[in-house]
Design a protein around this ligand. Structure first.
Ligand code: ATP
Length: 435
């Protein structure tokens, strides 16, 4: 359960406050508003302990058997995020595989809270992975832009500002390479109403203030928009919110589940939604619970105890950054797992577990063999901090440059197309085993 969440902590804070140990937050905290590792006795923040999160949240680790089944069914080698444990945990992913095997419908749902005019490299993780899943399963995808959330949860942003970010972030998302025939992007401010709003109220009616407090840590001073927001994020996991995609036969659509690829901080919203889904039925047909597949966080430049965040400029490499900005940020801020002196480093080697340059390579360098060579060499002390940073800079510059090339081609017309309320077309499993 999410703990230690305090409305005050939501205020944008400069990097030293966000990274520095908070006096009463010595425990690991991971929820939609805070991500920070445990503070050790030495006062240093530790890396996020993902195994502990799986135990606390009651999710399941993704194991080799599940990956083998995925490969058998889709004919696709698991993505390197899956092979390397970056996407590491799930809720009911087996149910999605069962449905794929039988050729039964399901959909993908993910989202973005437009908090700044550009996404950062960490945000591309769930989107890259979602695109890969969409290619593997050939199913519809809905992408929610929580512009309302980014207004409600900020002391500073205006509604017009978040709407502007929504438009530019939608372009960033389209530049990942989604197929408009299968993808619907929507802004909460624009899409609210109709079947979606019916589901928002259906969900909010089944959540008490006490439950919202326990799940999200709200207190008496929390604005009521924040308290209600969970129902909006949750309602998009029901297919009946999208009659233009799934039709308006509610008896059928309530039974269509979704798979949500997201970082694990979003899990509390869907734990709540799963709980409500289990209590609802439409004329005897049960509501499907959303399934989830969780990724770990691309760390902030300052270290693996927290996540890269768009609200904290110095923590992030943005997808609009120039090659020089990327180079300077990595050289200046990227936390090093290397030793203080070159002699010591050569003798004892570096720590890849905490080294931010190595951690980024784990996300962005696809070649398993090359990554392993870098790891061995850095841990032996052959490869120096400056050298591993240079490798990281090169790969990130390439990744961002390729993105910027695609992004330059995304215009307002493309945004209009993706955000238009319209039917989608997809095939799903071409060779289902009907039982
Ligand atoms: P902000 O933009 O204010 O920093 P945020 O980082 O939570 O907020 P969202 O837009 O709310 O960003 O999240 C969109 C998706 O990206 C969610 O699935 C979220 O968990 C994921 N995400 C955000 N930051 C990272 C990160 N550093 N690494 C991996 N996934 C991330």
């Amino acid at each position: 359960m999410a703990t230690n969440i305090n409305a005050e902590a939501l205020k944008e804070s400069p990097i030293p406050d966000a990274i520095a140990p908070q006096p009463q937050q010595s425990k690991q905290t991971v929820d939609p508003y805070n991500v920070s590792g445990e503070i050790g006795e030495d006062g240093v923040m530790k890396a996020i302990d993902y195994k502990k999160l799986v135990e606390e949240f009651g999710t399941k680790l993704i194991d080799d058997e599940l990956l083998a089944r995925f490969e058998r069914l889709t004919g696709k080698r698991p993505h390197h995020f899956l092979r390397r444990g970056i996407v590491f945990s799930h809720r009911d992913f087996e149910i999605i595989l069962d449905r794929y095997e039988r050729g039964e419908p399901f959909f993908l749902y993910t989202g973005r809270g437009p908090s700044s005019d550009s996404v950062h490299v960490g945000h591309t993780i769930p989107f890259e992975f979602t695109k890969w899943l969409q290619d593997a399963f050939d199913v519809p995808l809905v992408i929610m832009m929580t512009d309302d959330e980014k207004y409600l949860f900020s002391e500073k942003r205006s509604i017009r500002e978040v709407q502007g970010y929504c438009n530019s972030n939608a372009k960033d998302i389209i530049a990942i390479g989604f197929d408009p025939k299968k993808t619907f992007i929507f802004s909460d401010y624009q899409f609210m109403g109709g079947a979606f709003y019916e589901n928002v109220t259906r969900l909010s009616k089944h959540i008490t203030l006490n439950q919202a407090r326990a799940i999200f840590g709200f207190d008496g001073s929390t604005n009521i928009g924040k308290i209600h927001f969970g129902a909006i994020q949750g309602a998009s996991s029901w297919a009946s919110s999208f009659p233009h995609i799934f039709g308006d036969n509610e008896k059928e659509t309530v039974a269509i589940p979704c798979l949500i690829p997201c970082a694990i901080d979003q899990d509390p919203y869907f734990r709540m939604t799963r709980d409500v889904s289990a209590r609802l039925n439409y004329e005897g047909t049960k509501y499907a619970k959303p399934s989830l597949i969780h990724s770990s966080f691309l760390p902030a430049l300052q270290g693996p105890g927290t996540k890269m965040s768009a609200s904290i400029d110095e923590s992030a490499i943005f997808m609009r950054d120039t090659p020089n900005q990327i180079k300077n940020k990595i050289n200046k801020y990227a936390f090093s797992g290397g030793k203080v002196s070159q002699e010591e480093h050569r003798a004892e080697g570096g720590n890849t577990e905490v080294d931010v340059a190595y951690q980024y390579l784990k996300f962005f360098l696809e070649d398993d063999e090359e990554l392993e060579k870098i790891k061995v060499s850095y841990e032996k002390g052959d490869l120096l901090t400056g050298e591993i940073k240079a490798i990281c800079i090169k790969h990130l510059q390439e990744y961002v440059a390729a993105f910027q090339e695609r992004r330059a081609k995304v215009d307002d017309e493309a945004v209009k197309l993706f955000m238009q309320t319209r039917p989608l077309s997809w095939v799903g499993n071409p060779n289902p085993t009907r039982t």
